[in-house]
Write a protein that binds this ligand. Structure first.
Ligand code: HEM
Ligand SMILES: *[C@@H]1O[C@H](CO)[C@@H](O)[C@H](O)[C@H]1NC(C)=O
Ligand SMILES: *[C@@H]1O[C@H](CO)[C@@H](O)[C@H](O)[C@H]1NC(C)=O
Length: 327
């Protein structure tokens, strides 16, 4: 009897519940608790990008590196302390992930306006969108309501984020593990229409790609010669080069046009054209049709932003993006 009564109760709660027990992200999440949140984020990002155009690229990348490790939960922002080993020291982030001071500035403005309300994970998602717009790319509504992790994963960062010398099947697998398909991979790689990369991440292509002492044959040889002049065989590891040498601070489809001309900077860029018929077709489509690219980019960014968020009672709203609460 007790069993059937509780069954009926559970059943009726599930069917007639006036509120949704499901937890998903939606753009109006802070509509009542902090209506000015999006304006605050936008204005700090705009100031930062006005100071330095590259910051748009750096903030966009932070959201990607956050989402691929334990989901979009702000884990990348945590500094090492106590039991936490910061993801900032992982190979994909060390000496290249940047923009943390801008996130701090946004967070401190938001804490003044709406204490402990806006998550650091949502700040990253909003800053990525605003950065894209400021660089001349598409806009989209950002689903919100992510909460912040109380931990970080150094190994997750090293293993889940694709490396520039990974094979195409490896990169495809790393995206698939996050629920992202080939269309998402090619469109999101279009982020490399802005920003810079260090000599060390593509040097191998210039001198000894396959261990035969030869440069990568899929790299335009005069472009390679140009790159060699700033990226020597040894030394100059941190010398910087635009990922899109035609319009390095403008969000457009020159990234794809460059790839077609064998002028993709990273191996992971060029192989989208040389190692699979399917990704090659997408590269061609986006190179020919900027509208198609930016429309898909916006969709894929929302999809990436939905990777395993912490919602409802899970996680917390950090007061300081660098530390979990209570530390
Ligand atoms: C497909 C696999 C990807 C690989 C292998 C890759 C790899 C890299 C590498 C090696 C750099 C240069 C880092 C350095 O100098 O050490 C870089 C920069 C960058 N990446 Fe990616 N990336 C990938 C996908 C993405 C995605 C999905 C996004 C965004 C949604 C993104 C956004 C960026 C941006 C904007 C920069 C420039 C950052 C700056 O100038 O501060 N990348 N990427
Ligand atoms: C890829 O790059 C990493 C880091 O520089 C290096 O340790 C590794 O040997 C490279 N792998 C291949 C297959 O070249
Ligand atoms: C190229 O790399 C291979 C294997 O990593 C190495 O044995 C060879 O000595 C290198 N050649 C040059 C010219 O650096």
């Amino acid at each position: 009897m007790a069993v059937s009564i509780s069954f009926v109760m559970v059943f009726s709660v599930l069917v007639f519940a006036p509120v949704c027990f499901c937890h998903y992200l939606y753009p109006q999440f802070y509509e009542y608790t902090c209506p000015q949140a999006q304006e605050i984020v936008q204005s700090v990002v705009a100031k930062a990008v006005a100071r330095e155009a590259r910051m748009a690229a750096s903030l966009l990348r932070l959201h990607f590196h956050d989402c691929f490790v334990k989901g979009c939960d702000g884990s990348i922002l945590l500094d090492s302390s106590g039991t936490i080993i910061s993801e900032k020291g992982a190979l994909p982030n060390k000496n290249s992930a940047r923009g943390f001071e801008v996130i701090d500035e946004i967070k401190s403005e938001l804490e003044k306006a709406c204490p402990q309300t806006i998550s650091c994970a949502d700040i990253l998602a909003l800053a990525a969108r605003d950065s894209t717009v400021l660089a001349g790319g598409p806009s989209w509504e950002v689903p919100l309501g992510r909460r912040d992790s109380t931990g970080a994963s150094l190994s997750g960062s090293n293993n889940n984020i694709p490396a520039p010398n990974n094979t195409l099947p490896t990169i495809i697998t790393k995206f698939k593990l996050k629920g992202l398909d080939l269309v998402d991979l090619v469109a999101l790689s279009g982020s490399h229409t802005i920003g810079l990369a260090r000599c060390t991440v593509f040097r191998q292509r210039l001198y000894n790609q396959s261990g035969n002492g030869q440069p990568d044959p899929t790299l335009d040889q005069s472009y390679a010669a140009q790159l060699r002049s700033g990226c020597p065989r040894s030394g100059g590891d941190n010398n910087l080069f635009p990922l899109d040498f035609i319009t390095p601070t403008k969000f457009d489809n020159y990234y794809f046009k460059n790839i077609i001309e064998s002028k993709g900077l990273l191996s992971s860029d060029q192989i989208l054209f040389t190692k699979s018929e399917e990704t090659m077709k997408l590269v061609k489509q986006y190179a020919e049709n900027n509208d198609l690219f930016i429309e898909q980019f916006a969709k894929s960014m929302v999809k990436m932003g939905n990777i395993s968020p912490l919602t409802g009672p899970r996680g917390e709203i950090r007061k300081n993006c660098r530390r979990i609460n209570g530390y």
